[in-house]
Design a protein around this ligand. Structure first.
Ligand SMILES: [Zn+2]
Ligand SMILES: [Zn+2]
Length: 213
């Protein structure tokens, strides 16, 4: 996956720049764009919001699933609704969800954030009974295990579930097709998300993980 490309605005303005509205809400016209929030493809026809940005490649829209944007930057969605941003779409969608239902998504996501650990994180194995999802060996009680994100589908919903692996197994496990944890900046993210592992033990685990880049 080329990150560089995905940061390039995908819609080149076809009108003079000053006429581009700050937001567009529409059904995706192709399946090419990736959501800048969850990094997954936005399937054709799924509602998306374009947020106008001025970047090094010019002015253009960065696209997000409408629901992803509601979870992470609800204020933008609220502004777009205020501007009735579906009216500026090339093919205005026949229906958009009520703003209140999007607000609920935001509230739920904030609740979850308060109670749930963010992947990737390190923790101490509470028992010696669980196996590493990569090498299938037991993870010793009290040793550090690393939770990586695995993409799982429930019906038509895609979610991320944590899988636990040995520190030494991270480098290979993170390459798996269904692993959606980024290797870029992994150690820093891991430290930021880890709450209850003594620092020396975390340092050792990070040394064991090694350089992923
Ligand atoms: Zn998304
Ligand atoms: Zn392992």
């Amino acid at each position: 996956m080329s990150e560089q490309q995905s940061d390039t605005p995908e819609q080149k303005p076809d009108a003079p720049e000053e006429q581009l509205p700050p937001y567009v809400i529409e059904g995706a016209r192709s399946s090419r764009a990736r959501c800048k929030t969850c990094r997954r493809k936005i399937d054709k026809g799924v509602l998306r919001i374009g947020i106008l940005i001025e970047g090094p490649y010019g002015t253009g829209y960065l696209w997000h699933h409408l629901k992803c944007a509601a979870r992470k930057q609800f204020e933008r969605v609220e502004e777009a609704y205020g501007a009735e941003a579906w009216n500026v779409a090339k093919e205005p969608p026949s229906k958009v969800p009520p703003l209140d239902s999007l607000r609920e998504l935001r509230d739920k996501s904030e609740e979850r954030k308060a109670t749930r650990k963010e992947i990737p994180y390190a923790e101490l194995a509470p028992s010696g009974r669980a196996r590493c999802k990569h090498c299938d060996e037991l993870i010793e009680k009290g040793s550090v295990r690393i939770a990586l994100g695995r993409t799982v589908e429930f019906g038509n919903q895609v979610r991320t579930a944590p899988i636990n692996v040995h520190p030494a197994c991270v480098a290979e496990a993170i390459q798996a097709e269904d692993c959606d944890t980024e290797s870029d900046g992994f150690a820093g993210t891991l430290r930021a998300h880890t709450l209850e592992v003594p620092p020396e033990q975390l340092d050792r685990a990070i040394a064991e993980i090694g350089n992923l880049e």
